[in-house]
Design a protein around this ligand. Structure first.
Ligand code: COA
Length: 260
């Protein structure tokens, strides 16, 4: 039977998406990108899914980059399509309506780092390693790395990482605020699933609006971002969950969310 490049599993309210090419350290080839896109659609359509978790199969890697065999065959024309395809998938992740958590369980290099940067939250195991080694291959990041890393870590850190191709470990990534937390390898999935459990108790539509408002902070000047925030805040106050959440607080009981 043909091996699937992506495994999809429901664990409680989480959709766990595992990139499954361990023999290639989960390198992103075109079938991974296609199946990842389709797994995201499954998670999006499932109302029981509160958050998506992306991780890598095997002991060594989250994702060790875009597939170098595919990259070696690119020319000026096909490279643009190649980059835009990856960018569009990672943009979809960044703007996803449900929380997306990268559970970084090993090497996250090149396209693997770029995938992690596109997720809303990154939790890393102690053995995780991050880097943008594209300059070692005579290319630059093409799946959003130059843009997202510069926004996440600032210009100096992004420049150093991208033009040296250096790898940094999980603790260093934490000190640069590139990851939210670092845990022992055995604790990675329990920690991520605990976070998903916490989120599943919150008003789902409010979570979605909050993700949208935070995204505006990365896309827009602050004054425009403020306008987006006040519009989304107003929208949240028109929901039945707003009535339920505030009433439940005043009645000293747990809210029962409608998701609208
Ligand atoms: N694309 C395609 N194949 C890859 C790959 C990638 N990005 N990363 C790893 N592989 C393959 C290796 O070629 C090797 O295949 P083989 O068994 O047929 O020789 C296999 O995965 C295992 O990797 P290996 O290099 O033997 O593991 P290692 O533990 O010695 O080294 C890394 C791990 C991550 C340091 C090393 O694999 C590496 O540098 N990978 C490329 C990272 C990179 O440049 N990514 C950015 C791409 S734009």
């Amino acid at each position: 039977m043909e091996q699937k490049s992506i495994l999809y599993e429901r664990v409680g309210r989480a959709a766990v998406i595992t990139i499954n090419r361990p023999e290639r350290l989960n390198a992103l080839d075109s079938s991974v990108l296609r199946e990842l896109d389709s797994a995201l659609s499954t998670a999006e359509a499932d109302r029981e899914v509160a958050a998506v978790v992306i991780t890598g199969a095997g002991e060594k890697a989250f994702v060790a980059g875009a597939d170098i065999t595919e990259i070696s065959k690119l020319d000026v024309i096909t490279a643009k399509d190649f980059a835009e395809r990856g960018q569009s998938l990672f943009n979809r992740i960044e703007k996803f309506r449900k929380l997306v958590i990268a559970a970084v369980n090993g090497y996250a290099l090149g396209g693997g780092s770029e995938l992690a940067w596109a997720c809303h939250i990154r939790i890393a195991s102690r053995n995780a390693k991050f880097g943008q080694p594209e300059v070692n291959l005579g290319i630059i990041p093409g799946y959003g790395g130059t843009q997202r890393l510069a926004r996440l870590a600032g210009r100096g850190v992004a420049t150093e990482l991208i033009i040296t191709g250096a790898q940094i470990d999980a603790e260093k990534a934490l000190s640069l605020r590139l990851v939210n937390s670092v845990v022992d390898k055995a604790e990675l999935m329990p920690a991520v699933l605990k976070l998903v459990e916490t989120i599943s108790e919150k008003a789902p539509f409010a979570v979605r609006l909050a993700l949208q408002a935070i995204d505006a902070a990365f896309q827009l000047p602050q004054d425009e971002g403020m306008r987006v925030e006040s519009q989304l805040f107003a929208l949240s106050c028109g929901t039945s969950d707003h009535k339920e959440g505030t009433t439940a607080f005043l009645e000293k009981r747990k809210p029962v969310w409608q998701g609208a």
